[in-house]
Ligand binder design. Structure first.
Ligand code: F6R
Ligand code: ZN
Length: 185
């Protein structure tokens, strides 16, 4: 092969599957998500080993200025009447933003600022989501299939899972076969 050419990573836009690059992979199970869902009894009755979501991240430089690229695959399902979702986080470096791109499935991106103001964006194949700094973010799968979203974020951003305290102020549930958003103050 010509020495000037370097094999790039490939992502399958239809599934979010990466090839041609070392990957870091982390699965999050029901057991990992204690206290995340509103219905603790329903959570307790689930298989603790059930995978709720898997994140694959290209194993690239973590130097200041570098960017990470990863795909989240969030399974369909509910805990009680609440749709499966990611834990959600602020970035440890609060001012650092991120971009999400919807690849497959149907869901919502919940954004919440430090004053508690929350918004929801519809995630679908091709959707682009600009997450500003100082904004906590969580994916929610409201569909019947896997929700996959590609994300690009600064390597220095880090994650702060503890800072949400009471959690997000919105919950998304299925009530009477409809997607309902419930506000908790
Ligand atoms: C990275 C990012 C995503 C999430 C992933 C899992 O900054 O926002 O890659 O890390 O969707 O969600 P959490 O990290 O909240 O478990
Ligand atoms: Zn993030």
């Amino acid at each position: 092969m010509d020495p000037f050419f370097k094999q790039p990573s490939l992502v399958d836009w239809l599934t979010g599957a990466f090839t041609h690059h070392p990957l870091l992979r982390k699965s999050t199970t029901t057991a990992d998500l204690a206290e995340i869902f509103a219905d603790g009894a329903a959570w307790q009755n689930m298989d603790p080993k059930q995978v709720i979501y898997t994140v694959e991240v290209l194993d690239t430089s973590a130097a200041e200025g570098a960017l990470f690229t990863g795909v989240t695959h969030l399974n369909p399902g509910k805990v009680g009447d609440e749709f499966f979702m990611t834990r959600g986080h602020y970035h440890a470096r609060r001012e650092q933003g991120e971009v999400y791109f919807g690849l497959r499935g149907k869901g919502l991106l919940l954004l919440q600022n430090e004053e508690g103001g929350a918004t929801l964006e519809t995630v679908s194949p091709g959707s682009v989501h600009i997450i500003p700094g100082f904004t906590a973010h969580r994916l929610i799968n409201t569909g019947a299939d896997i929700l996959s979203a590609l994300a690009v974020w600064p390597a220095i951003a880090g994650h702060d899972y503890a800072a949400l305290g009471q959690g997000f102020s919105l919950r998304v549930k299925e009530i009477d076969h409809q997607v309902k958003v419930i506000r908790y103050d």
